[in-house]
Design a protein around this ligand. Structure first.
Ligand SMILES: NC(=O)c1ccc[n+]([C@@H]2O[C@H](COP(=O)([O-])OP(=O)(O)OC[C@H]3O[C@@H](n4cnc5c(N)ncnc54)[C@H](OP(=O)(O)O)[C@@H]3O)[C@@H](O)[C@H]2O)c1
Length: 323
């Protein structure tokens, strides 16, 4: 199996390329990123797919600056909506399967019944980033000829999706949330830096307690996606097309996530809970961004706390090595 990864140098892309390289079912990994793959160029995806003929494309490339997307919704739509559709059409024309990364922000997060969002729940984005990612989902579904009802109902059932015959190219939309992991500056690293600064200045660290989501460790998500495409490629393997929600299990507020991170790295600082409304931002994050994880070949991911423990050990080792 020849697998291409867009956004190959990003947080998820880096883990995907590493794990695909180690997977025996994968014979070649094509790592695509700027400038070779450019979401601003309408022909970029087609050129690459036509030239390299991958069996599967994992499309992680996106403009992930949600506040930037809110300031320039048109560019957000180009990069996260239209470009995803172009990649999907190029894959369909080349007979390739596609895994498209999407987000919990396709939901506005305003539900108050305490239930996590399922793939069958109707999306309703509350900001331009979510709207553009949803447009990307819709464009990809249109390219593969998948209807919303059949697509959502098949999702996460762990059974053959029933949209396309098992040997035919298929589309899987993978929604995730609150990604952390190297490379790049993520929420745990920002919290550690903010806590050190607050401690040094003798100040209290403010933590948002009414924004809730699913902290997700990028290497865990990458492992689940690799398991999904390996199952696809196995003789007699299931076609796992559909919408999948892949997050570490459990949920947390930003404040709970931050306190766990600080506990794990051993930073003690006075904290206070504040509402989301006290952090005005161009973007409107979903206050309740909780996804229900869907069952996949590798099973559910471990808890976010177990993942955080592993990740914070890595961060601590890295910091000590840098001293
Ligand atoms: N991060 C989250 O919390 C989160 C949550 C839910 C869903 N997701 C989704 O998961 C996927 C992976 O997220 P991530 O955190 O790994 O993102 P990331 O670290 O920001 O990586 C995004 C990748 O896309 C590339 N990219 C950006 N603009 C591009 C352009 N114009 N043309 C081509 N490539 C471009 C980036 O390249 P450069 O580094 O060179 O700019 C980078 O390699 C995305 O589709 C995102 O929407 C993320």
């Amino acid at each position: 199996m020849r697998v291409a990864v867009t956004g190959a140098g990003g947080r998820l892309g880096t883990s995907l390329v590493k794990q695909l390289t180690e997977a025996t079912a994968v014979h070649e990994v094509l790592a695509w990123d700027l400038p070779v793959h450019n979401l601003d160029d309408p022909l970029s995806s087609r050129r690459l797919v036509t030239l390299h003929r991958p069996d599967v494309v994992i499309h992680t490339a996106a403009w992930t600056d949600v506040d930037g997307c809110a300031r320039d919704p048109e560019l957000a739509m180009r990069r996260n909506g239209t470009a995803a559709g172009e990649m999907a059409q190029a894959c369909v024309d080349a007979g390739a399967a596609m895994v498209m990364l999407s987000t919990n922000e396709v939901f506005d997060g305003r539900r108050t019944d305490g239930l996590p969002y399922r793939p069958t729940d109707c999306p309703n984005p509350g900001n331009p980033y979510g709207a553009a990612k949803l447009a990307g989902e819709e464009a990809a579904r249109a390219a593969y000829g998948a209807t919303w009802e059949g697509f959502a109902a098949a999702a996460g059932s762990g059974e053959t999706a029933g949209l396309v015959a098992s040997a035919a190219p298929a589309l899987a939309i993978v929604r995730t949330a609150w990604l952390c992991g190297l490379p790049g500056l993520d929420f745990p690293q920002k919290i550690v830096a903010a806590a050190e600064k607050a401690r040094g200045a003798g100040q209290t660290l403010s933590l948002v307690s009414d924004e809730v989501g699913c902290p997700t460790y990028a290497p865990d998500l990458a492992g689940a996606i690799v398991a999904l495409i390996v199952e696809w490629s196995r003789p007699g393997g299931r076609n796992l097309g559909g919408i999948h929600h892949i997050v570490n299990t459990g949920r947390a507020s930003r404040a709970e996530w931050a306190r766990e991170v600080l506990r794990l790295v051993g930073i003690y600082v006075t904290t206070e809970d504040v509402p989301l409304s006290s952090w005005p931002r161009p973007s409107n994050p979903p206050p309740w961004g909780v996804l229900e994880p869907t069952p996949l070949p590798g099973g559910l991911l471990r808890s976010w706390q177990d993942a955080a423990a592993e990740y914070m050990k890595l961060i601590t080792r890295r910091t000590e090595a840098g001293r």
